[in-house]
Design a protein around this ligand. Structure first.
Ligand code: DGY
Length: 327
């Protein structure tokens, strides 16, 4: 019997490919850039399964191009790149990779928080540029992280992992959205209204998924509520923050700084005004980018794909409704 065919939209760690190879014909788009729309549609047209990355928009047009598709196995925990309702309507299960990237992503969020608070990147640039002449009493004075108030927007898996790190730094932790009371209490965090979180926090760290409710959640009004000394960290999805409002807030001194792992759009244009600001640190969506975690994500996505191809429930499915319709 012919093996099913899977389309992987970029080279992924071998941990994923190795799992698939015995069971599937594996087509890997060579990259390094994502497939163009035409290349994506052509890849899907031949595939029984697709393993996309967050760079691929999987919508009705893509699903139409591959009427034989049996599973979509996103290699990411976030799945805002997929029209899940359209996939569900066609009975196609959609998989994601929760859990395995939680701690790695929280490490990165905390690294950004510390870097922005203590001017790590400008300090390193200063030394590299040969400008370090002597110890100076007022050079690159930053903000204390220990004892400061951290506001976590979205106390889900990653938000909780950030809270655990913040406890180690003796931070006071507030949160809004995304947790049950037991988890929140165990972490010593306090649920507050969104406006209060913005007003009280020295650091605001965003960990909410992107959806219709959270699109531009951090807008001009939200930024106006923040302290002039506040630092915004976004490692969730770029579009949770309104970039135009953020530029205004950073350039006018309404907030002190931002550290972004994610942007809208992604990547930003080279002349994006945010990139010209000394108080805005931007890195290229590296939240889950450790060797071990990316291997786990690849393997988890592969396991989702194989389960879908066998007609079994995906180990990690975001649209369980497809099974209800079948049962
Ligand atoms: C995810 O998995 O959603 C992350 O953003 C990838 O790092």
């Amino acid at each position: 019997m012919a093996k099913p065919r899977i389309f992987i939209t970029r080279p992924i760690p071998s941990a994923g490919i190795d799992l698939l190879q015995d069971h599937c014909e594996v087509d890997v788009f060579p990259g390094p850039a994502p497939p163009s729309r035409a290349e994506l549609l052509a890849g899907v047209a031949k595939a029984d399964a697709i393993l996309p990355l967050l760079t691929e928009r999987i919508d009705e047009e893509v699903l139409r191009a591959g009427p034989q598709l049996r599973v979509i196995a996103n290699m990411a925990v976030g799945y805002d790149n997929i029209d899940v309702a359209a996939a569900t309507a066609r009975g196609i299960p959609v998989g994601n990779t929760p859990g395995v990237l939680t701690e790695t992503s929280a490490d990165l969020a905390f690294a950004l928080l510390l870097a922005a608070a203590r001017h790590i990147v400008p300090g390193a640039d200063y030394v590299r540029a040969g400008r370090w002449q002597t110890w100076e009493p007022q050079l690159f004075l930053g903000q204390d992280v220990h004892g400061a108030t951290l506001g976590i927007v979205g106390l889900g898996r990653i938000g909780q992992a950030v809270a655990r790190r913040a406890r180690g730094f003796g931070m006071r932790i507030l949160f809004h959205g995304g947790s049950d009371q037991t988890a929140a209490e165990a972490l010593g965090t306090r649920r507050v209204p969104f406006a209060e979180l913005l007003q009280q926090s020295d650091f605001v760290s965003v960990h909410t998924p992107l959806n219709a409710e959270t699109h531009h959640l951090i807008d001009a009004a939200a930024l106006q509520r923040m302290k002039p000394t506040a630092i915004l960290v976004n490692t969730a999805r770029g579009a949770v923050v309104d970039p135009v409002a953020l530029y205004e807030a950073l350039s006018s001194g309404q907030i002190a700084a931002a550290a972004l792992d994610v942007t809208e759009p992604e990547p930003p244009a080279t002349d994006d005004p945010l990139l010209g600001l000394a108080n805005c640190l931007v890195i290229p969506h590296l939240g889950s980018a450790s060797v071990a975690t990316r291997a786990k994500m690849a393997a988890m996505a592969a396991e989702n794909a194989l389960a879908g191809l066998r007609g079994e429930r995906l180990p990690h499915c975001v649209n369980e409704a497809v099974y209800e319709a079948r049962d």
